[in-house]
Design a protein around this ligand. Structure first.
Ligand code: GLN
Length: 265
């Protein structure tokens, strides 16, 4: 019996060491060693990424970004693994190598380019303003009016946050309330805690459609390009993803994925 136990013990140790060995070995080239591409996202951003149950009732992250990422992984012959996190953590996770790339309806900005590389853009974004029906705010210009001093809800660290902070709060024209999810900002708006929400057009449409009493202003706040971010030192992956993405744009795959989630008007 003793012998059997020690054999089992040695077996367990061997298995443990083997497991450690493979994770150690994969440290430098995570994605190629285990053939998995890890995507960092914030699945609170319909229709680009959101949670949905599959046929078996298992929670999944679906949406435009999830499908484009899957098509890229297929082209590269790799498995895709999606990690849901705060929007605010995506860039750090890519920089540290915990994730291979970030895809989250992420706008290309000069500041972000100092921290990460961006692929070619695969979609356009528009920052819009959501107000309660009957609001005194009827155009974007109302936000900058003298003595307006509105309370503006945004999702932390998004471009909506950056614009509202720079253009309005820093100028003493408004206060900015930051929420970790766009949906939380919408709830605050419905509860009368804030006067408007600045957020991307497509999630704005989804949120407004899901709740009564809200509308999107006709004038938009800013036009943007969405792209995938990758660690600056991972130029090999940037090239691979860019090549795959450009092919998927050229053959119409990206547009058909977008059309599936955003029906043409
Ligand atoms: N496009 C916005 C940004 O990049 C918001 C993205 C998001 O909330 N997922 O900041």
């Amino acid at each position: 019996m003793k012998k059997l136990l020690s054999i089992l013990f040695i077996f367990a140790l061997t298995v443990t060491f083997a497991a450690c060995g493979s994770s150690d070995g994969s440290e430098a080239t995570d994605e190629s060693a285990d053939n998995t591409l890890i995507m960092a996202t914030n699945a609170e951003f319909p229709p680009y990424e959101y949670h949905e149950n599959d046929a078996e009732g298992n929670d999944q992250v679906v949406g435009i970004d999830a499908e484009i990422a899957q098509a890229i992984a297929d082209k590269l012959g790799m498995e895709l693994k999606i990690e849901d996190m705060e929007f605010d953590s995506i860039i750090a996770s890519v920089q540290s190598g915990k994730a291979d790339f970030g895809m989250a309806g992420m706008t290309v900005t000069e500041e972000r380019k100092e921290s990460v590389s961006f692929t070619t853009s695969y979609a356009k974004g528009v920052q819009v303003v959501i107000v309660p029906e009957g609001s005194a705010i009827t155009s974007v210009d109302d936000l900058t009016a003298k003595d307006a001093n509105y309370s503006i809800g945004v999702q932390t660290s998004t471009t909506g946050d950056l614009y509202a902070t720079w253009d309005l709060e820093d100028e003493g024209l408004a206060t900015v309330e930051r929420y970790s999810k766009g949906a939380d900002a919408i709830n605050a708006l419905l509860n009368g805690k804030i006067d408007c929400v600045i957020i991307d057009n497509e999630p704005a449409k989804a949120f407004v459609a899901a709740k009564d009493g809200l509308r999107i202003l006709d004038t938009s706040y800013a036009d943007e390009d969405y792209a995938i971010c990758i660690a600056k030192d991972n130029t090999e992956l940037l090239d691979q993803v860019n090549t795959a993405l450009k092919e998927l744009i050229a053959d119409g795959t990206v547009q058909s994925i977008i059309d599936k989630y955003i029906p043409a008007k």
